[in-house]
Design a protein around this ligand. Sequence first.
Ligand SMILES: *Cc1c(COP(=O)(O)O)cnc(C)c1O
Length: 395
Amino acid sequence: MPPPKPTTSPDVLRSRLEARLARQRKQDLWRERLSMSPNPGAPLRDFASNDYLGLARDPRVAEALAAGARRDGAGAGASHLVNGHFAVHQALEERLAELTGRPRALLFSTGYMANLGVLQTLCDGETRVFQDRLNHASLLDGARLAQSPSRRFHHRDLDDLERLLSRAPRESAKLVVSDGVFSMDGDTADVEGLAATCQRQGAWLMIDDAHGIGVLGQQGEGLVGQRFSNRQVPVLVGTLGKAFGSCGAFVAGDAVLIDSLTQFAKPYIYTTAQPPGMAHATLRAMDISEQEPERRERLHAHIQHFRQAADSLGLPLMDSETPIQPILLGDNKRVMRWSMALREAGFMVGAIRHPTVPRGTARLRVVLNALHESHDIQALLDVLAELKFREAKAS
Ligand SMILES: *Cc1c(COP(=O)(O)O)cnc(C)c1O
């Protein structure tokens, strides 16, 4: 007699997820969410967020958000192409185009979606895509979604890029993609060199300046805005959730690019427009960023001070002149130990591990902002010095 048919089948999917989760813990890769106000009496000092200019909690920006919501509603109600496109979205797009010195700009709900939308629109499976190895995950995912697998060149290595480009057929469409400020390293792309290489090879250059907008340049125009023409950098992406303290993103460029995105980018077409109040808030944040350049000056003074002091303590800094000042510790356990100790001492600093960064390069991602006081930075340095000293003694 055949054995009776089992009444239930094994739950393979659950077993797989459980095994994967167990591996994640075992390799010290477990990611925790931390509530930002665990103890209102002793809030953690923020050396982790990307709120570089301290605008996310500025009461003027919050008030613009509230007033904008009262006027235009809490939500947009539909996508931009149905009836979710408000006058304030239009005004914000024009303001962003002006800031970056581009003919036009188009709003997206997040930077992740902007990158998916651009790559999906510019790639048809035939387009050759070349990306810096350390580019943001959204750029790599965008190319994959577009079924134009990326070739990755060595970090900031123009010779490697040139070599890869020259191997692609002359008549193929080519797109070179790089972060402006590398989000986990803090160093910057050589935009001038990239643009020259691209022009020689007939490629378009796309720069994702998420961490440069608001922070770099006299007016906060970023690494690329104003300094490089639309011909040099035809695709410029910026996000609004970092220095401008709100949320959303934009793509800036000429009419052919913006029209193509409006017509074809699915992450633009099939999603609800950003709440109009948020666009009011971003405009207010941009006013403050322009009217109070001392925020940027203060931030850059903090960067110089931190680097000098950390260097004289012998802390392993990276080659960064931006507010992102990673301390390269190498292994996951060590990074988690340091980050816990910092948290106990009252500091919030991101612990960055694989796959966000290559294996063996785990780091503390110290982020400076304009609201820090010199004594906050000194206090952080004191804890870092103590950790280094304790480790040296133990070994
Ligand atoms: C943060 C970031 C993004 C994603 O932007 P969101 O608006 O947070 O989705 C994209 N690219 C880079 C380089 C980033 O650092």
